[in-house]
Design a binder for this molecule. Structure first.
Ligand code: ADP
Ligand code: MG
Length: 342
């Protein structure tokens, strides 16, 4: 590569999700996709591992190692750990010699001003020349290709690990928003509770998530399968295998699924009539990893009487949308926030 400058410019967009963090580098696309997990040694308070490596430790760590998800509930429970995680990911995708980048970070729409500044601060500590935040529903809408700047309203539902965010967007702004702390994690917990109650079997978090992904659903489907799952028998304390049907899993997760649907209904209800008519005509865009739950689209459509579209790449829409803001910075500047000066 011939370049007069040996410094590489790596402007980046980051989706700081409750479950997964993705990094997009300008001109390159997505370069990192790892779980938002940090493994901490509780004796020294040192970070032992971050991302995929830390997630592998969940549920199998000795007592003094704790795998922490610092954004689990869509709020930054631990600033210090969030900052360490963000810095680690930024460093990981940065070349040795780099020009200080512009960094856009997607944040849950429910976070406070203090948290927003803390995220910016973390980006500065990690070497940003200028840090911006973008509300995740806005980034998701842009990432799904919705016409956020038009007067016509769009509705986006982003179902992540810790939170479900519903937003109605028109003319470049969020008109109505609802963020609830019910999403993929609560669905996993409901699977655990169900199997505990029905089979006296204790499942690990990972097993519950895998069962949900394999056969979970929000609406009946044809040829519903069953799955064998292994856990610990709560009576004998020994490992045990049971067979669970798709219908049982659907019943087990009914409560959190209904809470997600209710968040959508609540937002529709709060939407001014003209905008609601736009949404009826154009449909509701569902995204985030939770959008992959089988039949959720049909379920939301049937309960709201509104067409539903599932995004093509639900796990990537936020980072892709923030990436579009990076690529077309001047055109989309107004959807970004920053407390620093430009
Ligand atoms: P966040 O933005 O909060 O980090 P993501 O958008 O990355 O969250 O989505 C993570 C959630 O999506 C997890 O709860 C995960 O279990 C769920 N998920 C991923 N794939 C599927 C699937 N195939 N079926 C159901 N849920 C899924
Ligand atoms: Mg997300």
């Amino acid at each position: 590569m011939t370049s007069f400058s040996s410094l590489t410019n790596r402007d980046m967009a980051i989706d700081l999700g409750t479950a997964n963090t993705l990094v997009y580098v300008r001109g390159q696309g997505i370069v990192l996709n790892e779980p938002s997990v940090v493994a901490i040694d509780t004796r020294s308070h040192r970070a032992l591992a971050v991302g995929s490596e830390a997630k592998r430790m969940i549920g199998r760590t000795p007592a003094h190692i704790q795998a922490i998800r610092p954004l689990r509930d869509g709020v930054i429970a631990d600033f210090d750990i969030t900052e360490r995680m963000l810095r680690y990911f930024i460093k990981k995708v940065s070349p040795r010699r780099w020009a200080r980048p512009r960094i856009i970070v997607g944040v849950p729409s429910g976070i406070t001003g203090v948290e927003r500044r803390a995220v910016e601060e973390a980006a500065y500590h990690a070497g940003a020349r200028r840090a911006y935040t973008i509300e995740e529903p806005m980034a998701a809408a842009i990432g799904c290709g919705l016409p956020v700047h038009e007067p016509t309203a769009s509705m986006v539902v982003d179902i992540g690990g810790g939170t479900t965010e519903v937003a109605v967007i028109a003319l470049g702004g969020i008109v109505v928003a609802r963020s609830v702390r019910v999403a993929g994690d609560e669905i996993d917990e409901a699977v655990i509770d169900y199997v505990k109650k029905e089979y006296n079997l204790l499942l690990g978090d990972r097993t519950a998530e895998q069962l949900k992904m394999a056969i979970g659903s929000a609406w009946p489907y044809s040829d519903e399968p069953s799955a064998e799952i292994r856990g610990r028998d709560l009576v004998t304390g020994l490992p045990k295998t049971v067979v669970v049907s798709a219908q049982e899993v659907r019943e087990g997760i009914e409560e959190p699924v209904q809470a997600v649907v209710d968040a959508v209904k609540y937002c529709l209800d709060k939407t001014p009539p003209e905008l609601a008519a736009d949404i009826m005509a154009r449909g509701i865009m569902v995204t985030g990893g939770g959008a992959l739950l089988r039949g959720l689209d049909v379920r939301i459509a049937s309960e709201t009487g509104t067409p539903v579209i599932t995004s093509d790449r639900p796990l990537q829409t936020v980072v892709l949308g923030a990436g579009v803001c990076l690529e077309e910075f001047d055109r989309l500047r107004e959807v970004l926030s920053t407390t620093g000066q430009e």
